[in-house]
Design a protein around this ligand. Structure first.
Ligand code: FES
Length: 256
């Protein structure tokens, strides 16, 4: 899949809560093909202290409206600056990058998409593509409190949504791996993205239950194109760059 660099224009900006901003972007030319799991490298302008682009998951793509969405978590100067870009402003974007989630052949397969924190971002696009292809995906989304659950109404358009919060303010209290859906249902495949301890717990549970499992790693990235080696992950094939060989891996390939 060819990479491209475009100055994407912010068409809509929405503060989802104190830490997260949704940027809906577009371009006057047709956007390139993108697949769930891929990410973009967004250049941070007007901030001399930030030299490197920031890796941001592709949150959703609407080809009819020629839109690509990014969910920005404000975790430092670079992402704070990106989150400040106003409607009409542009973001220089290198995309699409990285590997993609695997879509099964058989639409009768039962699929669970498990996300936490900003890790829910790529799962919205994945859920949309799965639904369009005839699957009935279910989502399990975890957060600290109800205010930290993101894009719930968007997820509901594509399948059943289960939630957990650590304080019990929404859905079941506790972590995603404690949710009753794991006791009551079986799945052919689980996809997960979020904090590493959460993904490791989901991968362990999936292994115990015999579900296939794909994870999207959020290793630190700088260049995003396999040049700096800061994103290396140990796999069964040796050390690989998460930005080019990942970010999506089947857990059978990882040493977890
Ligand atoms: Fe530079 Fe992966 S981010 S090699």
């Amino acid at each position: 899949m060819n990479k491209t660099i475009l100055d994407l224009e912010v068409k809509h900006r929405e503060e989802l809560n104190a830490n997260y901003v949704l940027l809906v972007t577009t371009h006057k030319s047709k956007l390139p093909p993108m697949l769930p799991g891929q990410f973009a490298q967004l250049r941070v302008d007007n901030e001399p202290k930030v030299m490197l682009r920031r890796p941001i998951s592709i949150n959703y793509v609407d080809y009819d409206k020629n839109e690509v969405w990014f969910l920005i978590q404000k975790v430092g100067k670079g992402t704070e600056k990106l989150a400040e870009v106003k409607v009409g402003g542009t973001i220089n974007t290198l995309f699409p990058l990285g590997s993609t989630f695997t879509i099964p052949q058989d639409t009768s397969e039962s699929l669970l998409l498990v996300g936490g924190g900003v890790g829910v971002a790529p799962l919205l696009f994945l859920g949309a593509v799965l639904k369009k292809q005839g699957f009935k995906p279910a989502f399990l989304l975890g957060a600290r409190t109800d205010k930290d659950l993101l894009q719930i109404n968007d997820f509901k358009k594509f399948g059943r949504v289960f939630t957990t919060t650590e304080d019990g303010s929404e859905g079941e209290k506790g972590f995603v791996t404690h949710h009753s859906v794991f006791k009551e249902e079986t799945f052919d495949k689980v996809y997960t993205c979020g904090p590493r301890p959460m993904m490791e717990a989901v991968a362990t549970l999936a292994k115990e239950k015999g579900f296939d499992c794909e994870v999207s790693l959020e290793n630190m990235m700088a260049c995003g194109i396999g040049a700096c080696l800061c994103c290396v992950e140990e796999t069964t094939k040796g050390n690989v760059c998460t930005c080019t060989e990942g970010p999506v891996f089947n857990t059978k390939e990882l040493l977890w």
